[in-house]
Design a protein around this ligand. Structure first.
Ligand code: GSH
Length: 207
Protein backbone atom coordinates (compact mmCIF):
# COMPACT_ATOMS: atom_id res chain seq x y z
CA UNK A 1 0.00 0.00 0.00
CA UNK A 2 1.57 3.28 -1.10
CA UNK A 3 0.45 6.50 0.63
CA UNK A 4 -0.59 9.55 -1.34
CA UNK A 5 0.16 12.99 0.00
CA UNK A 6 -1.01 16.34 -1.29
CA UNK A 7 1.20 19.31 -2.15
CA UNK A 8 0.86 22.66 -3.87
CA UNK A 9 0.82 22.48 -7.66
CA UNK A 10 2.86 25.70 -7.50
CA UNK A 11 4.29 26.50 -4.08
CA UNK A 12 4.39 30.19 -3.13
CA UNK A 13 7.87 29.64 -1.68
CA UNK A 14 9.21 29.08 -5.21
CA UNK A 15 10.95 25.82 -4.44
CA UNK A 16 12.48 26.48 -1.02
CA UNK A 17 10.62 23.53 0.51
CA UNK A 18 8.99 25.53 3.27
CA UNK A 19 5.45 24.27 2.62
CA UNK A 20 4.10 21.62 5.00
CA UNK A 21 4.31 18.80 2.49
CA UNK A 22 8.09 18.94 3.04
CA UNK A 23 8.22 17.43 6.55
CA UNK A 24 5.96 14.61 5.35
CA UNK A 25 8.04 13.96 2.24
CA UNK A 26 11.20 14.09 4.36
CA UNK A 27 9.81 11.67 6.95
CA UNK A 28 8.77 9.23 4.22
CA UNK A 29 12.26 9.43 2.72
CA UNK A 30 13.87 8.86 6.14
CA UNK A 31 11.96 5.61 6.60
CA UNK A 32 12.36 4.66 2.94
CA UNK A 33 8.63 4.56 2.15
CA UNK A 34 7.59 5.05 -1.46
CA UNK A 35 4.76 7.53 -1.89
CA UNK A 36 2.63 9.26 -4.49
CA UNK A 37 2.01 13.00 -4.66
CA UNK A 38 -1.23 14.66 -5.70
CA UNK A 39 -0.60 18.28 -6.61
CA UNK A 40 -3.41 20.75 -6.03
CA UNK A 41 -4.14 24.28 -7.20
CA UNK A 42 -5.28 26.88 -4.65
CA UNK A 43 -8.81 26.55 -6.05
CA UNK A 44 -8.78 22.77 -5.60
CA UNK A 45 -7.67 23.18 -1.95
CA UNK A 46 -10.96 24.90 -1.19
CA UNK A 47 -13.19 22.42 -3.00
CA UNK A 48 -15.36 20.02 -0.99
CA UNK A 49 -13.47 16.99 -2.26
CA UNK A 50 -10.30 18.26 -0.57
CA UNK A 51 -12.00 19.75 2.52
CA UNK A 52 -13.36 16.28 3.14
CA UNK A 53 -9.71 15.25 3.68
CA UNK A 54 -8.45 18.54 5.16
CA UNK A 55 -11.16 20.56 6.97
CA UNK A 56 -9.20 23.81 6.64
CA UNK A 57 -8.61 23.48 2.90
CA UNK A 58 -4.83 23.22 3.24
CA UNK A 59 -1.99 20.91 2.30
CA UNK A 60 -0.74 18.39 3.22
CA UNK A 61 -2.97 15.36 3.55
CA UNK A 62 -1.96 11.72 3.80
CA UNK A 63 -4.08 8.83 2.53
CA UNK A 64 -3.11 5.20 2.84
CA UNK A 65 -5.80 2.52 2.70
CA UNK A 66 -8.38 3.36 5.34
CA UNK A 67 -6.08 5.98 6.91
CA UNK A 68 -6.82 9.59 5.99
CA UNK A 69 -4.90 12.31 7.81
CA UNK A 70 -4.18 16.02 7.89
CA UNK A 71 -1.77 18.19 9.99
CA UNK A 72 1.85 17.68 9.03
CA UNK A 73 2.98 17.03 12.63
CA UNK A 74 0.38 14.32 13.13
CA UNK A 75 1.28 12.74 9.79
CA UNK A 76 4.98 12.70 10.67
CA UNK A 77 4.12 11.11 14.03
CA UNK A 78 2.00 8.47 12.29
CA UNK A 79 4.85 7.63 9.92
CA UNK A 80 7.34 7.56 12.82
CA UNK A 81 5.15 5.16 14.83
CA UNK A 82 4.48 3.00 11.80
CA UNK A 83 8.02 2.45 10.54
CA UNK A 84 11.44 2.41 12.18
CA UNK A 85 13.93 5.22 11.73
CA UNK A 86 12.36 8.32 13.23
CA UNK A 87 11.79 7.50 16.89
CA UNK A 88 14.07 5.78 19.42
CA UNK A 89 12.99 2.36 20.69
CA UNK A 90 13.82 3.06 24.34
CA UNK A 91 10.67 4.46 26.05
CA UNK A 92 12.40 7.37 27.80
CA UNK A 93 14.22 8.53 24.68
CA UNK A 94 11.07 8.07 22.62
CA UNK A 95 9.10 10.21 25.09
CA UNK A 96 11.74 12.93 24.83
CA UNK A 97 11.55 12.84 21.02
CA UNK A 98 7.76 13.24 21.18
CA UNK A 99 8.26 16.28 23.40
CA UNK A 100 10.57 17.83 20.81
CA UNK A 101 8.05 17.14 18.04
CA UNK A 102 5.38 19.07 19.89
CA UNK A 103 7.86 21.77 20.92
CA UNK A 104 8.57 22.34 17.23
CA UNK A 105 4.94 22.76 16.16
CA UNK A 106 3.44 24.31 19.29
CA UNK A 107 6.22 26.27 21.00
CA UNK A 108 8.62 27.38 18.25
CA UNK A 109 6.54 27.45 15.06
CA UNK A 110 3.87 29.91 16.33
CA UNK A 111 6.36 32.73 17.00
CA UNK A 112 8.18 32.07 13.73
CA UNK A 113 4.90 32.23 11.81
CA UNK A 114 3.83 35.33 13.68
CA UNK A 115 7.02 37.03 12.51
CA UNK A 116 6.47 35.82 8.95
CA UNK A 117 2.92 37.11 8.94
CA UNK A 118 4.05 40.45 10.35
CA UNK A 119 6.68 40.78 7.61
CA UNK A 120 4.35 39.78 4.80
CA UNK A 121 1.03 41.26 5.84
CA UNK A 122 1.70 44.21 8.15
CA UNK A 123 4.57 45.98 6.43
CA UNK A 124 2.35 48.88 5.34
CA UNK A 125 0.56 49.21 8.68
CA UNK A 126 1.12 52.11 11.07
CA UNK A 127 2.19 49.76 13.84
CA UNK A 128 4.74 47.78 11.81
CA UNK A 129 7.88 49.52 13.12
CA UNK A 130 6.82 48.88 16.70
CA UNK A 131 5.47 45.38 16.16
CA UNK A 132 8.42 43.85 14.32
CA UNK A 133 10.93 44.29 17.18
CA UNK A 134 8.33 42.78 19.51
CA UNK A 135 7.81 39.65 17.45
CA UNK A 136 11.55 39.42 16.74
CA UNK A 137 12.15 39.36 20.49
CA UNK A 138 9.68 36.51 20.91
CA UNK A 139 11.54 34.51 18.27
CA UNK A 140 14.87 35.40 19.89
CA UNK A 141 13.68 34.10 23.25
CA UNK A 142 12.78 30.72 21.76
CA UNK A 143 15.99 30.47 19.72
CA UNK A 144 18.13 31.39 22.72
CA UNK A 145 16.59 28.57 24.76
CA UNK A 146 16.70 26.10 21.89
CA UNK A 147 20.34 26.93 21.20
CA UNK A 148 21.22 26.47 24.89
CA UNK A 149 19.42 23.13 24.97
CA UNK A 150 21.11 21.84 21.81
CA UNK A 151 24.53 23.02 22.94
CA UNK A 152 27.30 21.21 21.09
CA UNK A 153 25.19 18.13 20.32
CA UNK A 154 24.33 17.03 16.80
CA UNK A 155 20.65 16.44 17.55
CA UNK A 156 18.19 17.49 20.24
CA UNK A 157 18.25 14.17 22.07
CA UNK A 158 20.62 11.40 21.06
CA UNK A 159 20.06 10.14 17.52
CA UNK A 160 18.27 12.12 14.80
CA UNK A 161 14.52 11.82 15.37
CA UNK A 162 11.19 13.14 14.14
CA UNK A 163 11.69 15.86 16.75
CA UNK A 164 14.73 17.12 14.87
CA UNK A 165 12.92 16.79 11.56
CA UNK A 166 10.03 19.01 12.66
CA UNK A 167 12.29 21.46 14.50
CA UNK A 168 14.65 21.91 11.55
CA UNK A 169 11.72 22.39 9.21
CA UNK A 170 10.50 25.27 11.43
CA UNK A 171 13.99 26.79 11.71
CA UNK A 172 14.38 26.67 7.92
CA UNK A 173 11.71 29.38 7.74
CA UNK A 174 14.27 31.70 9.33
CA UNK A 175 16.99 30.89 6.77
CA UNK A 176 18.90 34.02 5.89
CA UNK A 177 17.60 35.99 8.87
CA UNK A 178 19.96 37.50 11.41
CA UNK A 179 17.88 35.85 14.15
CA UNK A 180 19.11 32.39 13.22
CA UNK A 181 22.63 33.64 12.44
CA UNK A 182 22.94 34.77 16.07
CA UNK A 183 23.25 31.07 16.97
CA UNK A 184 26.03 29.29 15.06
CA UNK A 185 25.04 25.96 16.65
CA UNK A 186 21.50 26.29 15.26
CA UNK A 187 22.85 27.20 11.81
CA UNK A 188 25.06 24.11 11.92
CA UNK A 189 22.13 22.01 13.17
CA UNK A 190 19.98 23.04 10.21
CA UNK A 191 22.86 22.44 7.78
CA UNK A 192 23.51 19.01 9.31
CA UNK A 193 19.88 18.03 8.82
CA UNK A 194 19.76 19.42 5.28
CA UNK A 195 22.81 17.31 4.42
CA UNK A 196 20.91 14.10 5.19
CA UNK A 197 20.29 12.06 2.02
CA UNK A 198 16.59 11.76 2.90
CA UNK A 199 16.26 15.55 3.14
CA UNK A 200 18.06 15.94 -0.18
CA UNK A 201 15.75 13.46 -1.90
CA UNK A 202 12.65 15.15 -0.50
CA UNK A 203 13.95 18.57 -1.44
CA UNK A 204 14.69 17.48 -5.01
CA UNK A 205 11.28 15.85 -5.34
CA UNK A 206 9.35 18.92 -4.19
CA UNK A 207 11.46 21.14 -6.44
N1 GSH B 1 -0.76 23.16 10.79
C1 GSH B 1 -0.96 22.76 9.43
C2 GSH B 1 -0.70 23.95 8.53
C3 GSH B 1 -0.99 23.65 7.10
C4 GSH B 1 -0.75 24.85 6.24
O1 GSH B 1 -0.61 25.99 6.73
N2 GSH B 1 -0.71 24.63 4.93
C5 GSH B 1 -0.46 25.72 4.01
C6 GSH B 1 0.76 25.44 3.19
S1 GSH B 1 2.23 25.29 4.15
C7 GSH B 1 -1.65 25.86 3.07
O2 GSH B 1 -2.17 24.89 2.60
N3 GSH B 1 -2.03 27.10 2.78
C8 GSH B 1 -3.07 27.40 1.86
C9 GSH B 1 -4.28 27.94 2.55
O3 GSH B 1 -4.32 27.97 3.77
O4 GSH B 1 -5.17 28.38 1.81
C10 GSH B 1 -0.02 21.61 9.11
O5 GSH B 1 1.08 21.58 9.66
O6 GSH B 1 -0.37 20.74 8.31
Amino acid sequence: LIPTITAFAASPDRGRALARDMPVRWALEEVGAPHDIRRLSFAQLKEDAHRHLQPFGQIPTYECGAVSMFESGAIVLHIALDQPGLLPQAPAARARALSWMFAAVSTVEPVVLQRENTLFMERDKAWFSERLPMVDEQVRTRLRDLSASLGAADWLHGEFSAGDLLMVQVLRRLAGSELLAEHPNLLAYVARAEARPAFQRAFAAQL
